[in-house]
Design a protein. Structure first.
Length: 386
């Protein structure tokens, strides 16, 4: 079955007992054992719960993995995956990885003797130069945030296989609807399901899908041991969000593409980052490995003052961190997601004081353009403000 159908028919669309049209929320922490010599499938909800299980089976199917795991947040999912590493291990990581991922590696795992090197994973030489005898894993994000650098999935798998590394990818920005890294040979896919999979800015959740049974057993042990599992109500909300993933992404990505082209022509905009634009550095590789470009773009208005002016005047998008929701979300990386990064490093990565990230929602695209127009064009008040 194709992904559009799998989103709705994946074995978890009905309650087999009653025929109910959605998975019941099993609000229970423990399970009665009818025969102590024949333990049931579930015993305690940290170890397993039928509602969470339905979500875990669903993400495994969607990503083409053998098993899935649901966590209390994207960071809980990512942190639990990192527990596959041991003291003395080294990991290579995409340079512009999510801030929380950078933090757990540099502030927490470093204290447990796990070293990380951050490199531009769009360049093969940068990766091979960072290899050490104790390198055990490579972790990438593609496209990356906020300048949407595209890493070649096949190339990472090749390097990983050659050097016996575990390959891990954060697939939050594209979701399995547009990109399925396990099919390229990746070992583990992680998600912040808070974003597109949930899709309504109302749940914090994380998901993992793995390629083979051995890894699945290890992840199962770590999930149960660490215990950062997703609650049942939130599991149900992610299952509900997934049903409309196609519809939401089709519309918001189409909107994003139109906005990217429109912003490029706008005289107040200096640069637009969107992998759907032919001139984007990663366009060709993105087209090769993903079936769409997603709903996130970034654009540079030239200065922090212009950003402030725009954010004051904009009416439709909410101004917030996060992305991937039904409503448009504008964020300001310099003061939000990348505030902790030293300014020189931030500027080197193209995260200037004029850069805004736009997670495009389901609004009418012309309304979004009109709103951006009035917010970008208000030269008069800008002159006064100065
Ligand atoms: C938000 C995000 C995370 C972290 O997920 P949480 O659900 O906020 O813990 C990880 N990776 C990416 C790419 C994200 O956007």
């Amino acid at each position: 079955m194709r992904i559009e159908t799998l989103l709705l028919h994946n074995g978890n669309e009905l309650d087999p007992q009653t025929g109910a049209s959605s998975v019941p929320i099993y609000q229970a922490s423990t399970f009665h054992q009818f025969d102590i010599d024949k333990p049931g499938q579930f015993d305690y909800s940290r170890s397993g719960n039928p509602t969470r299980q339905a979500l875990e089976d669903t993400i495994a199917k969607l990503e083409g993995g053998c098993r899935g795991f649901a966590f209390a947040s994207g960071m809980a999912a990512i942190s639990t995956v990192f527990l596959l590493l041991s003291k003395g291990d080294h990991i290579i990581v995409s340079q512009d990885v999510y801030g929380g991922t950078y933090r757990i590696l540099t502030q927490v795992l470093s204290r447990f003797g796990i070293d990380s090197t951050f490199v531009n994973t769009t360049k093969t030489e940068a990766i091979t130069q960072a290899l050490r005898p104790n390198t055990k894993a490579i972790y990438i994000e593609t496209p990356s945030n906020p300048t949407l650098k595209v890493t070649d999935l096949s190339e990472i798998v090749r390097i990983a296989k050659e050097n016996k590394l575990l390959s891990i990818v954060d697939n939050t920005f594209l979701t399995p609807y547009y990109q399925r890294p396990l099919a390229f040979g990746f070992d583990i896919v992680v998600h912040s399901a808070t974003k597109f999979l949930g899709g309504h800015s109302d749940v914090v959740a994380g998901l993992v899908a793995v390629r083979d049974e051995q890894l699945a057993d290890q992840m199962k042990t770590l999930q149960n041991a660490f215990g950062a599992v997703l609650g049942v109500q939130d599991s149900w909300l992610i299952l509900r969000g997934l049903k409309t993933l196609q519809a939401r992404l089709d519309i918001s990505s189409k909107n994003a593409e139109k906005l990217a082209v429109w912003l490029q022509e706008h005289k107040e905009v200096e640069k637009v980052y969107y992998t759907g634009l032919e001139e984007h550095e990663g366009h060709r590789i993105q087209c090769k490995q993903a079936s769409g470009h997603g709903a996130v773009l970034s654009f540079d208005v030239g200065s922090g003052e212009k950003v402030r002016q725009l954010l004051q005047k904009i009416r439709l998008p909410i101004v917030a961190v996060s992305l991937g929701s039904v409503e448009s979300i504008l964020s300001y990386p310099a003061l939000m997601s990348h505030a902790a990064m030293p300014k020189e490093v931030r500027l080197k990565h193209g995260i200037t004081d004029g850069l805004l990230r736009f997670s495009v929602g389901l609004e009418n695209v012309e309304d979004l353009m009109e709103d951006l127009s009035q917010a970008l064009d208000s030269k008069v008040s800008f002159a006064v403000a100065r």
